[in-house]
Ligand binder design. Structure first.
Ligand code: ZN
Length: 512
């Protein structure tokens, strides 16, 4: 691959060589993603062992390529070249981001990486067994090892403020625990009382229309129509399949695939999974072609990616105007089920708020409380305020406190998420970062096009999609998340706009 120039600078042979090596890194990652997609979508169960070996090999090769002495040397030798270029040029950004990732990969001793990966492989099996037994005590020793390795990783990598900064940085480059902790405090102060006020008026919204029998193929046809409606390229640069957990696999901007899952007695599952993953897919497909085979050729961070999925799932897909446009299409697929419904009744149904035990089923008001509980418990463990053996109890206490409900067992409590079977610390934070960022970005788009909701009502989703593409996706992975938000939305991550959006929307729906 020839390096791409956007500055007119004369070609630098060292830079050209770096570009060549990084293309291999990105291609090894893409190949691993294809294997992962196949594992989730196509592979017979018997393939599991061979596949985990194949994927581990590609991970190792990618790690070796990226951390090779040649890459390390070039990143040092290119410092003057980088300094001679504009900070936001493609070349300077490529060198800067590659150096950041290189440092991240080399500052953790390889034996700790191996130990965490082994703990994760064992942890997954033990977590499954603990779920089977519905008993956190079964999972506890595995989790203790995962926590111990995670602590060692933080100490080995080094940090200034909080050990979990090292872990958060893996998902959200350059973000600190000190950045997100005050945001959670702000969310807690507003969302806990709001969720309680809504719970007291639980009967005000009826969503039984969504809980009927819905044919599987019709649901998939509806999902396809929904993702095409919002502009996801399903035909030539994407595809949609079924998997146990809905997923987006960003193999390349011209091959960004999504998956969904169907529940035949609940329409919300598949439709909103489709819109969520289409949001991820739009981000992946929106990255300019020139970043193909580059470390810049993807989204800026887990949280920024989640800002796009939540934008299309919630801000658009659960808006009144979306349903004014989409309702007739819904009726075409399910005429009997929606015979007595209206756009407004469906809008209300898809926005029912109910304190629930399960994160993935949570509504917009309570979702961040689920994330906050996990964040607070992770931090309490790192701060040695809670021991792993007491985590299930601490989990119950927080649910009672924030949501007013207590899990009856561990499967609907602490054992519900897969995340802690492979790592511990900042595992969930990106979800809340994404929710907050989705509104900051949407508000910016609204400044440019104040009539966006009216456009949704007449089926114009391209205006919003193109705004995101031109203002966010265009930067690919050039900037760290806080830096990118400052550039696109004028300030780093804040909670205010999200809280204003939630209060406005649900005060109206629930007549508070
Ligand atoms: Zn997502």
């Amino acid at each position: 691959m020839m390096p791409r120039q956007d500055t007119g600078a004369p070609e630098n042979p060292k830079y050209a060589r770096l570009v060549e090596l990084l293309a291999e890194v990105r291609n090894l990652q893409g190949a691993r993603y294809v294997l992962f997609w196949d594992q989730q979508v196509m592979m017979p169960p018997g393939g599991a062992t061979a596949r985990s070996n194949q994927m581990a090999l590609l991970s190792r090769l990618r790690h070796e390529r990226f951390t090779s002495p040649e890459v390390g040397g070039l990143l040092e030798e290119l410092r003057d070249y980088e300094a001679s270029l504009p900070y936001d040029s493609d070349e300077a950004s490529n060198i800067r981001v590659a150096r950041r990732e290189y440092k991240k990969l080399t500052r953790i001793p390889p034996d700790l990486i191996v130990r965490l990966s082994r703990a994760g492989t064992q942890g997954y099996g033990v977590w499954m067994a603990a779920r089977e037994a519905n008993d956190f005590k079964v999972f506890r020793p595995a989790l203790e090892e995962i926590v111990a390795v995670s602590r060692e990783i933080c100490e080995a990598a080094g940090y200034q403020d909080h050990p979990m900064d090292v872990l958060l940085d893996q998902f959200e480059p350059d973000m600190k625990i000190a950045d997100v902790e005050p945001l959670f405090a702000e969310l807690r102060a507003s969302l806990v009382p709001l969720a309680k006020a809504i719970a007291a008026k639980a009967g005000a919204v009826d969503n039984s229309v969504l809980h009927q029998a819905f044919d599987r193929d019709q649901q998939l046809a509806l999902g396809r129509e929904a993702v095409k409606t919002v502009g996801y390229d399903l035909e030539t640069r994407g595809r949609m399949d079924l998997s146990v957990h809905p997923y987006t696999i960003d193999i390349d901007m011209n091959d960004a695939r999504i998956t969904t899952r169907v529940r035949e007695n609940y329409l919300g599952q598949s439709l909103f999974a489709c819109l969520h993953e289409a949001g991820h897919g739009l981000y992946a497909q929106g990255v300019p072609d020139k970043f193909s085979q580059s470390v810049l050729g993807e989204g800026a961070s887990g949280g920024l990616h989640e800002s796009q999925s939540r934008l299309w799932e919630n801000v658009v897909g659960r808006s009144r105007e979306f349903w004014q446009f989409f309702f007739p299409r819904l009726v075409t697929h399910f005429p009997a089920q929606f015979a007595g419904a209206t756009p407004e009744s469906v809008y209300r149904a898809v926005n029912k708020v109910m304190p629930s035990l399960i994160r993935v089923e949570a509504d917009e008001v309570t979702y961040n409380l689920h994330i906050m509980i996990r964040f607070e418990l992770e931090k309490a463990v790192f701060d040695r305020e809670v021991e792993v053996k007491d985590l299930a109890e601490a989990w119950h206490a927080k649910f009672k406190d924030y949501l007013g409900i207590t899990p009856a067992d561990d499967v609907t409590g602490i054992l519900q998420d897969i995340h802690w079977s492979s790592g511990f610390g900042a595992m969930f934070t990106s979800y809340t970062i994404g929710n907050l960022a989705s509104i900051q970005l949407y508000d910016e788009a609204l400044k440019a096009f104040p009539d966006l909701p009216a456009r949704f009502a007449r089926g114009d989703f391209d205006t919003l999609r193109d705004w995101m593409k031109g203002n966010l996706h265009v930067h690919a992975a050039k900037f760290a998340p806080q830096e990118l938000l400052r550039r696109v939305a004028g300030r780093p991550l804040v909670a205010g706009p999200y809280l204003a959006y939630i209060k406005r929307k649900f005060t109206d729906i629930y007549g508070l």
